[in-house]
Design a protein around this ligand. Sequence first.
Ligand SMILES: [Zn+2]
Ligand SMILES: [Zn+2]
Length: 380
Amino acid sequence: MSFDIAFLGTGSGYPTPFRGASCMALRLDGDVYLIDCGECSQTQIMKYKSIRPGRVTKIFITHLHGDHLFGLPGLLCTISMAYKSSNDVAECIEKEDMNLPNNAIEIYGPLGLRRFIRETLSLSHSVLAFQYVVHELVPVKVGNWHSKEPDWEIEHKATSPLHFNEMKTGRAIFYDPIHRGWLISKDKNITVMAGQLRHRIPAFGYVFTEPSKPGKLDGKKLAEAGVPRGPLFGKVKNGEAITLDNGTVINPNDYIGPDQPGRKVAILQDTCDSWGALDICHNCDVMVHEATNENAHIKQCVENGHSTPSMAAEFASAAGASTLILTHFSQRYKDKNLHENMDNDSLVVDTLAAEATENFSGTVVNAYDGLIYPVSRRML
Ligand SMILES: [Zn+2]
Ligand SMILES: [Zn+2]
């Protein structure tokens, strides 16, 4: 399965011509999972052409701040246009058959997201060419950070009527102590978990994990043990012990390599404390972590609910990540490749990656709009 991350917006707060507001996509073969959708994300999608809007099947919103969310209603309308160009859907609409279960877009995010989408689409009289469903993550109280426990019953049962395209099967997802996080979905291709992060409002990080693959059969060793190529090879590969005519017992464990762990990506946006998500991030191949300001501004950064490069690096180290990708940079940081007229006083984004390398021995990458980062499988 192809597995890469397309960065579409890597700035914090608001979009500029140099960095969009938060938006990225996991590209999994034909499917696209979108993570966050800040203002202007759809123009970023058109500019970089790294994803096709009609391929978005799932959307994950980290939290309800506008720089992660304000682009979503508009993008849903644009995706709708992509669907409308499909003959199949046109036919369904013609027959007034709006029940398109295969095309329902699943949207995940903190409590309140359903109401935001429902109200914005309803008030703007937007009708989509597909159905959507919103599953809400119910946060827990984090220390004294939030003034009170979110009242999920009130929010979950938001009283405004369903939007025309909204399916009523949206779930409330609670913390699951067995999985030490919020178990969002699990299928043959990928498992998605969420972990709560500390921020000014309830915020979640998402972890995407492929299932592990069975180890490889060592055919040469098996042949040398006297096993003829053919059906017996298949039996050993399936974990079956076999006995040869000469009485030799072939134990599959001696001929099959260790399982290959699936690839694992953790995406942690706005946070000043990611440690509550440590268990679910363990041994990830790629960790995308926010680093809004440089280390010298740690006090103000944490007060605003954000992280410095060192904070991101310490967490990535503790999680055993192989690669750390920094993102969500304050728009004050400039990129030598994009900005003209930089002077000696300009803050440069390269500083942030350099600071992270002091606390992290793996690869550190600064994200930029348009970056596509392939997630490779760890070799054992
Ligand atoms: Zn943000
Ligand atoms: Zn935020």
